[in-house]
Every structure is written in C-alpha cells, then in structure tokens.
Ligand binder design. Structure first.
Ligand code: SAM
Length: 312
C-alpha cells in the first residue's frame, strides 16, 4: 500500500466534541484515511461500534487495513454519505451516539497526482472524481458545459474574481483543442488573471476547487443531509462537521440554526400553533478553528472550521 498519508484535522477537538464513550455507536461519513475513525474506535473501546462511508474505494481499502486491530467493531460501506437515511435504517435503527463529517478531499487524493485534483501536475488528466463510478469528470465539465455555466461555477464554488475571463478563455480554447490536461487549464487561468492579482497563492487554486465541487456534487443536498443526520442521533448524541471553505460552512451553519429554532409563532398568540420544537442545541456558537501549532504543521488545517451540535 502506498505511503501517501492523511493527517486528520482537529482530531482532539473533534473527539472531545463528539463525547466518544465506551459502548457508543458512531457514524463517520467521510472515512478517508481512517484517522478520525481510528481514534473513535480507540476511545469507544472495548465495545463501541463504528459505521463509516466513503465514495472512494481506495479509502475503504486503506482504512480497513488501518482499522484491523478493531475487527468486529466496525462496518465500512463504499457509499455516498448522502445515503445516510438508508444506512441508518438498515444498520442503526435506534440512531447514533455521534456522527462526523470531515468534508472535501483527503491528502492522499490530492497527492495522488494521477487523479487530477492537483494543479501541480501539468501532465495529468483533469479527472477529479472521488468515486470512479461517477460518470462526470472535470474534462466533461470544461469541454461540454456552456460558458455561462462555467462562469457561475468558477464564481460561486471558487469565489474566483476573474470567473468571466477564465470561462471565456476556456470556451475559446476548447474550439481549437480539447482541454484534457492540468497544464492546459493552468495556462488558460494564467493568461486570464492579470499579473497584479496573482499574489494570493497559486492562481489556479480557486478554479480547481470549483471544478472539484462541481464534479463531485459536494454542495448538492448537503443541507438536507446534515439535517437528516442530526435527526438520526439518539437524544444527547452529537454531530460534528468539519468544513474547508465558506460555502460549506454556511450550509452547515444554516442547517444547525434551523434545527435549533423553537416555536416561531407571533408572541401575541396565547398558545403555540406552529408546533415547532428545537431539535438540537448548538454547542459551538462560533466554529472551532485549529490551533497555531496544527496550522503550522498541517496546511489543510488552516481553513478548517468545526461545528458541533447535540440532539435534544
Ligand atoms: C477530508 S477526507 C476525510 C479524512 C478522515 N477524516 C481521516 O481522518 O482520515 C474526506 C473523505 O471524504 C470522502 N467523501 C467526500 N464526499 C463524500 C461523500 N459525499 N460521501 C462519502 N464520502 C465522501 C472523500 O473521498 C475523502 O476520502
């Protein structure tokens, strides 16, 4: 098995936030390298159990090796965490004590250059799929989406200031030759962004993020899934979500806020007619961010935000 590694972000904070205990039943929707799952199984010893999903069969393969010492206490499912409802009904009908989502890509997905997630690998194919079963790749998005749609994706998912210029250039270039390789896209982005705006990190960073989000449908249904997961907790159970960009974080924040909302009746009414009751207590009024030491040693931690809520 390859040496590519993923260092889990805010591991201690997450474990503490989830209040992991012996005998508990946990769900990790984003297994990745199994870093968080490993600690959940360790802290819930001797009889805690874990169900975990990942879209990526390589992640499932690696993590089953890594978690071997806990054999019999975990079930790994190659699945989208958005299938949570079905998985819960089948494997955990009484609900979970803790649920974790650590969103986005893992370091080993980024570092495996052949997967096309990284703008540092000019010769690689622009694939960007977390799951090989996904029929959509970044090549398809770049060559087949209308220019207007590309502009929206770059602006919305990448918060790219020059989305219109980049989308226009993509539309021009693909008339001449199919855009398939990382280097071709890097050159288009480089030509589209004025030099004085290239100081803030690699110029391709935002467009690559945007394409990855589109290819993997990362924001689709996230609000509904987080809501469903919070409802799938036992009373007193905790949900922890780690996000890496503001779009995801806003969705999680909004989902938590809605679930925490109590009766919305006009105060002048003598009794409640809306019937609404709050379903969770938000534990983190403001998201937890990584400490200075972790930010220095793990670049992924820099943009990470952790939000936690408890089922009431
Ligand atoms: C940031 S990594 C998780 C790392 C993990 N917490 C660890 O400590 O090793 C995110 C993982 O979630 C997976 N993933 C992303 N979106 C998913 C989805 N909708 N369903 C299932 N897995 C998903 C990715 O394939 C990736 O392996």
């Amino acid at each position: 098995m390859s040496e590519l590694k993923h260092v889990p972000v805010m591991l201690r904070e997450t474990l503490k936030g989830l209040c992991v205990k012996s005998g508990g039943l946990y769900f990790d929707g984003t297994l990745g390298g199994g870093g968080h799952s490993y600690e959940i199984l360790k802290e819930s010893a001797p009889d805690g159990r874990l169900i975990a999903t990942d879209l990526d069969s390589y992640a499932i393969e690696r993590a089953s090796e890594r978690l071997k010492e806990f054999e019999g206490r975990f079930t790994l499912v190659k699945s989208n965490f958005k299938d949570f409802g079905e998985i819960k009904d089948r494997l955990a009908p009484d609900g979970f004590d803790g649920i974790l989502l650590d969103l986005g890509v893992s370091s080993f997905q980024l570092d495996d250059r052949s997967r096309g997630f990284s703008y540092l690998a000019d010769d690689e194919l622009l694939d960007m799929r977390m799951s090989r079963d996904n029929p959509l790749t970044a090549v398809t998005v770049l060559n087949e989406y209308p220019e207007k749609e590309l502009k929206r994706i770059f602006a919305e998912y990448g918060e790219e200031k020059f989305a219109d210029r980049i989308a226009k250039k993509v539309a021009e270039e693909r008339k001449k030759t199919k855009i398939e390789r990382v280097g071709q896209l890097n050159a288009i982005i480089d030509e589209s962004i004025p030099r004085k705006f290239k100081k803030d990190g690699h110029p391709s960073r935002r467009v690559f993020q945007a394409l990855r989000i589109e290819v993997n449908g990362e924001l689709d249904g996230l609000f509904e899934t987080v809501t469903q997961m919070a409802r799938g907790l036992k009373k007193g159970g905790r949900i922890a979500v780690i996000t890496f960009h503001s779009l995801e974080d806003r969705i999680v924040k909004r989902a938590f806020k809605e679930l925490e909302t109590d009766c919305i009746c006009d105060k002048s009414l003598p009794v409640c007619v809306c019937g609404r009751k709050k379903e969770i207590e938000i534990i983190t009024a403001h998201p937890i961010t990584a400490g200075e030491e972790e930010r220095q040693t793990n670049s992924r931690a820099k943009s990470a935000k952790l939000r936690i809520a408890e089922k009431v």
